[in-house]
Design a protein around this ligand. Structure first.
Ligand code: SF4
Ligand code: SF4
Length: 136
């Protein structure tokens, strides 16, 4: 059965400049889509990536990443913004570590970019009108 797994990977400093993902992709011939990648101030690497392939192959890839000392978190929950409730106050823009919220000056509205979200939940508590919700 083919599955897709959205995961956050945290690379230790010593692996940030290594071709870890490209080696895995070659080895397992798996589909991938990098949604976000950045180097944190501590020089660790953070990547949000979707792996798609046969279930057992995806499991092998995740296991191998863990064996290389890469912290891995599966994203099973989705964040949604309810535009009927949102007042476009902008508080979430300052809270989000991945810039998943931004202000669109043409519409004067706060926009949510789902692809950048790593489900850290910081915005959920920060939104006073409860416009941001967790979808299971
Ligand atoms: S904090 Fe809540 S109300 Fe304010 S812009 Fe973000 S989602 Fe909208
Ligand atoms: S859950 Fe975290 S990453 Fe996602 S939009 Fe909210 S603050 Fe940003």
């Amino acid at each position: 059965m083919k599955i897709s797994e959205r995961v956050v990977l945290k690379f230790p400093k010593e692996l940030v400049d290594k071709p870890t993902i490209s080696n895995l992709v070659k080895k397992y011939d798996i589909e991938f889509n990098i949604l976000q990648a950045q180097v944190l101030p501590q020089k660790e690497g953070l990547m949000v990536i979707v792996f798609t392939g046969e279930e057992n192959v995806v499991k092998h890839v995740l296991k191998e990443l863990r064996s290389q000392n890469i912290a891995l978190q599966r994203l099973k929950q989705d964040i949604v913004k309810d535009d009927k409730i949102c007042t476009h106050c902008g508080v979430c823009i300052g809270l989000c570590p991945t810039n998943a919220f931004y202000y669109d000056s043409s519409t004067r509205k706060v926009v949510f970019d789902y692809e950048k979200c790593i489900t850290c939940m910081l915005c959920v508590k920060g939104c006073m009108v409860r416009a941001i919700k967790i979808k299971f």
